[in-house]
Design a binder for this molecule. Structure first.
Ligand SMILES: [Fe+2]
Length: 553
């Protein structure tokens, strides 16, 4: 048995033992993790697969006091190697990097010269020790007639539960995992959902024991999450294509602030820079050097059937209309301002232009917040909305909305994207954020959909990995009230939101999406109870979309 296998099983056992202690925050927990796993305490990862390249990641902990965010520890030489086989008899690429405190001792290697659609194994070596072995896979060649399978995840709140859905997805055979954001949560232990709300029944507490507001805090938080054995297993098994959402910095982030940001918590500029810097250090993302501005929105081609746009819906967006925090029934007329943007003009132009030019079978959008309209009353046909707007702007355009942090808060830009989708065919929007599972058709016009059934795209929404849905939170306040909420939401959907074809509003899990020349198949794999360690994860629902139909069946 090779050293690497020994260390990998040690990693899993060691990290599992650490998690079993109930908290990673105790110094003892760190000491145990360090003793079992050093210097590769946080495992290995890969991401952003291209046909000939993939990004490899690790963090080196040079000594016990060089915890994430500490700034401690000397520079360390790190060797890396990539092999066609798990025993490393056929090494095809290797090299060296230096891990330094400047980047929190994280290491990124953009390995090039690889073969398309190929599985590889990789490992690192530092301070005389080999890392656990990671497995990764390059993207299919752009003209390859390749079926593509993607895992889709978001919203892993450490304090609200366990990451069994990550562990289960690690066991699936996927080309890549899309992480649509809320990889970490910024909250302190006093309120994982904000001040004054009750916490989860089965809590564990992330380090640091305070709300994250500085680059040091965010580095510590990422380091804590990455001690989780299920998350380490997922990263070691599949390449991840990640974008941030709001909680990588603060709840309901927009361009110049966030709902969960107060002026006393450092300047927004320094806080957001810190959160984004830590994310770039700790996620296996390809860095764009020389770009005039930090840019994470990007397109990846996965064979001839999938063009994938990963969006950034936080860095450029205008502020949410009023009632952004718990925003049921926002009637803020600024919502309908035609100049409002979530993507920023450049990103919106880039997406619309790319959709129009794409020749892939499926145009897939890695989208953070729900795109489909949710209305709390009858939606008016577009022509009627236009007439009503000067008279009653609050009700114009899809009536009163439910959540203005999602696309319902940016209806003008959504209409622009709907028009672009209407010009191309077979757009599939993959979404996270909302901690519920949905399969929806995107109506061409919400006000006439009930009669015409016209849709321009489909949206498939992954539940949270461990973050609670609204009904989970309600159930915690008042057991049984979640059932009433579910009934109300269900009747509202039937009456006013007929484009919603499937909703599951209580369980955590992940989404598995298969795309080929003829159809998309989506499977929702849900955990019985994410607040229970080792909860079973089961296939809960399957939906299909035939090519050219924009229909969920
Ligand atoms: Fe979330």
């Amino acid at each position: 048995m090779s050293t690497s296998i020994d260390r990998r099983s040690l990693l899993i056992r060691g990290a599992a033992g650490l998690a079993a202690s109930g908290t990673a925050s105790a110094l003892l927990g760190w000491d145990r993790a360090y003793a079992a796993l050093a210097p590769f305490v946080h495992g290995v990862a890969s991401g952003d697969p291209l046909p000939d390249a993939v990004v490899l990641w690790t963090r080196v902990t040079p000594h016990r006091h060089a915890q994430p965010g500490s700034g401690h520890g000397p520079a360390v030489d790190v060797r890396w190697e990539v092999s066609e086989d798990e025993s490393f008899d056929r090494v095809v690429a290797h090299g060296r990097r230096r891990a330094t405190a400047r980047h929190d001792h994280t290491v990124h290697v953009d390995v090039t010269g690889l073969e398309p659609g190929t599985t590889y194994w990789y490992r690192f070596r530092a301070l005389g020790v080999r890392s656990p072995v990671g497995r990764t896979r390059t993207a299919p060649a752009a003209d390859a007639d390749a079926a593509v399978r993607l895992g889709v995840v978001s919203c892993a709140n450490y304090d609200w539960g366990f990451f069994g859905a990550y562990r289960h997805l690690a066991g699936q055979d996927v080309d890549a995992v899309l992480h649509l954001g809320d990889y970490i949560y910024e909250y302190g232990p006093e309120g994982p959902l904000g001040e004054g709300l009750p916490g989860p029944a089965a809590a564990r507490h992330a380090d640091p024991a305070r709300e994250c507001t500085t680059v040091t805090d965010y580095r510590i938080r990422h380091g804590c999450y990455r001690l989780d054995p299920d998350l380490q297993t997922l990263h070691a098994r599949h390449p991840v294509i990640a974008v941030w959402d709001d909680h990588e910095i603060a709840n309901d982030t927009w361009r110049d602030g966030a709902e969960n940001h107060d002026p006393g918590e450092h300047s927004w500029a320094s806080r957001s820079r810190g959160g984004r810097r830590a994310w770039l250090e700790w996620l296996p993302v390809r860095r764009t050097t020389g770009a005039a501005e930090l840019r994470i929105h990007r397109r990846l081609r996965l064979g001839k059937h999938v063009d994938l746009w990963m969006l950034d819906e936080r860095r450029f967006r205008d502020q949410q209309p009023d009632s952004a925090a718990f925003s049921a029934g926002s009637v803020d007329p600024t919502r309908n301002d035609p100049g409002r943007t979530m993507l920023g003009t450049k990103q919106a132009d880039w997406l619309c232009g790319g959709l129009t030019k794409s020749e892939a079978t499926w145009k897939v959008i890695g989208n953070q917040v729900p795109f489909f309209p949710t209305v709390l009353g009858p939606a008016y046909p577009g022509e009627v909305s236009a007439i009503l707007e000067p008279v009653s702007p609050a009700l114009a355009h899809e009536a009163v909305t439910q959540n203005v942090d999602d696309w319902d808060g940016y209806p003008a830009e959504r209409r622009r994207l709907v028009a672009a989708m209407d010009r191309v065919r077979d757009v599939v929007i993959l979404t996270g954020d909302v901690h519920q599972s949905y399969a929806c058709e995107i109506p061409r016009d919400a006000g006439t959909y009930a009669v015409t059934g016209d849709s321009v795209a489909v949206e498939l929404i992954a539940p949270g990995i461990s973050s609670p849905s609204l009904s989970t939170i309600v159930a915690q306040f008042l057991p049984g009230a979640d059932l009433a909420l579910d009934a109300v939401e269900g009747s509202n959907e039937r009456a006013f939101n007929p484009w919603i074809k499937f909703r599951e509003s209580s369980r955590c899990g992940y989404l598995l999406v298969d795309l080929d020349a003829q159809r998309v198949r989506a499977q929702w794999w849900l955990a019985d109870d994410a607040q229970t360690r080792r909860s079973p994860v089961r296939l809960a629902h399957t939906a299909r979309v035939g090519r050219g139909t924009h229909r969920i069946s």
